[in-house]
Design a protein around this ligand. Structure first.
Ligand code: XMP
Length: 491
């Protein structure tokens, strides 16, 4: 079988997803048996090779949390610093074995005060411990009880007084059994003086004791993993995020083969490598030289894709870019030389595109439009003509650049008149992201079965066919009217 990608390189021909198909091969591999775990670096693996894109309509804390629960990871978009720090904290605390410092109020405060406290924590929880002046536990405010109280009612009048407390040394498993027995959603921990010293929440405790922990993407301390875009030249942000336990830093701009990105990678390594454990991703590039330069600067992983995204107009606006299969294949040559790996970012529509991206040399794929519109994607859904939609937009779109300073930096623009490199639109509401991941994992497994790859490493480098326009037509449903949309195919 001719080396389609190598030949295209010699001819200076750029290929993308629909230009190629994987050649089916002898297989003893059952889709259900393939292994999808992949090492981003030595010691940092994902259980499924999927990353949610660092975009303001794709990945905030909810998406990052859901991705890590599924074994992948989400990269938080570069929002204002305080919001991004809170989002990292939010994800890292999701599986908090024990809430070390529960938020508390006094019995003499009012419902109005309580609502203000909850708002400050973005209503992430609805129960607050009630303490006296000496921090001794006297009750619990719960959303259930509070809803019937007037705004000026005192906490002592609507709090639950009969609370279950346990010693501060109670383990998570002991807490689970005690909470099951007493049927309480919160277990307040106290010291010998009955002073507040911690709390367990049943939702967390249950997922730790009963949950599919082996499927989660967890750090060494048992917390969900998360990544974040830190832009360029912002070491203050890097430090704040690392202090909160951020696992992956993405030095990401639209053009990664550039001085700003290279210097930021060097500076981050020089300043933080010895004190913190993190994976440093840099991008985006679309060539061998671009990837090589970022690896040489010290990137652990390089992200690949200039203009393949569903919301991108970079190629039409600037005339620059590389069709994505070729970009992946080129960058992966550099990765192989240094024993590192790349992320294929953008342009994935179907699960088959994931299989092709990995076969072309990627270890992991980043997806925006696939995850946009899910329940966990930021933003409200809206109804149009009886159907639910959510917004999805390019980070270089006029809207994103008007709303976010980081988008202006990412697309090297200056404030004022802008030249957008992305568009804004809507995608149908898709429900929980785990249902989407189920389909993409299923498609990936199926592809690996057809080519006889038992794991991601074996999939990399599998042979491609070139496809003509007739082949492209043949590949999709044809000669049938009124095709119904399937959960993994929209006509
Ligand atoms: P998909 O196809 O998954 O692509 O929706 C997501 C990726 O697209 C990139 N991105 C952009 N590229 N203009 C661009 O040229 C933009 O405004 C823009 N916004 C995002 C980004 O790499 C993302 O992961």
């Amino acid at each position: 079988m001719a080396d389609v990608l190598g030949k295209a390189r010699e001819e200076g021909l750029g290929l993308t997803f629909d230009d190629v198909l994987l050649v089916p091969g002898y297989s003893e591999v059952l889709p259900s048996d393939v292994l999808l775990n992949v090492d981003l670096t030595k010691g940092f693996s994902l259980k499924i090779p999927f990353i949610a894109a660092d975009m303001d309509t794709v990945c905030g804390a909810d998406m990052a949390r859901a991705m890590a629960f599924e074994g992948g990871i989400g990269f938080l978009w570069k929002s204002d610093l305080e919001s991004q720090v809170l989002a990292v904290e939010d994800v890292k605390n999701t599986l908090n074995r024990k809430i070390e410092k529960p938020i508390s109020v006094l019995g003499s405060q009012t419902k109005k005060d309580v609502l203000e406290v909850l708002r400050r924590y973005r209503n992430r929880f609805s129960s607050l411990v009630v303490v006296d002046e000496d921090r001794r536990v006297v009750g619990l405010v719960t959303g259930d009880k509070m809803q019937f109280a007037g705004e000026d009612s005192f906490v002592r009048d609507f709090m639950v007084k009969d609370v279950v407390v346990a010693s501060g040394t109670t383990s998570v498993v002991e807490a689970y059994h005690l909470m099951m027995k007493r049927r309480v959603p919160k277990l307040i921990l106290v010291d010998e003086e009955r002073q507040l010293c911690g709390m367990y929440s049943f939702k967390d405790v249950k997922s730790i004791v009963e949950g599919d922990r082996h499927l989660y993407n967890l750090d060494a301390k048992g917390r969900l993993r998360v990544g974040a875009n830190v832009g360029v030249n912002d070491l203050g942000r890097v430090e704040r995020l690392l202090k909160k336990g951020c696992d992956v830093l993405l030095v990401g701009t639209a053009h990664g083969h550039s001085r700003n990105v290279i210097e930021t990678v060097k500076n981050v390594n020089a300043k933080f490598r010895k004190d913190y454990d993190f994976v440093l991703v840099a991008g985006n590039v679309a060539t061998y030289e671009g990837a090589r330069a970022l690896f040489e600067a010290g990137a652990d992983v390089v992200k690949v894709g200039i203009g393949p995204g569903s919301i991108c107009t970079t190629r039409v606006v600037s005339g620059a870019g590389v069709p994505q299969i070729t970009a992946i294949s080129e960058a992966s040559r550099a990765a192989k030389e240094v024993g590192k790996c790349i992320i294929a970012d953008g342009g994935i529509r179907y699960s088959g595109d994931v299989v092709k991206a990995i076969a072309a040399g990627a270890s992991v794929v980043m997806m925006g439009s696939v995850f946009a519109g899910t329940e966990e994607a930021p933003g409200e859904s809206l109804q149009i003509g009886g159907q639910k939609f959510k917004s999805y937009r390019g980070m270089g779109s006029a809207g994103a650049m008007t709303d976010n300073a980081s988008s202006i930096e990412r697309y090297s623009q200056s404030v004022g008149k802008m030249v957008p490199e992305g568009v804004e639109g809507m995608v149908p509401y898709k429900g929980p992201v785990k249902d989407i991941i189920f389909q993409y994992v299923g498609g990936l497994r199926s592809g690996m079965g057809y080519v006889g790859a038992r794991n991601i490493l074996e999939l990399q480098g599998k042979a491609f066919n070139r496809v003509t326009s007739a082949g492209q037509i043949e590949a999709k449903p044809h000669d049938i009217m009124g095709v119904k949309e399937a959960s993994n195919f929209k006509g």
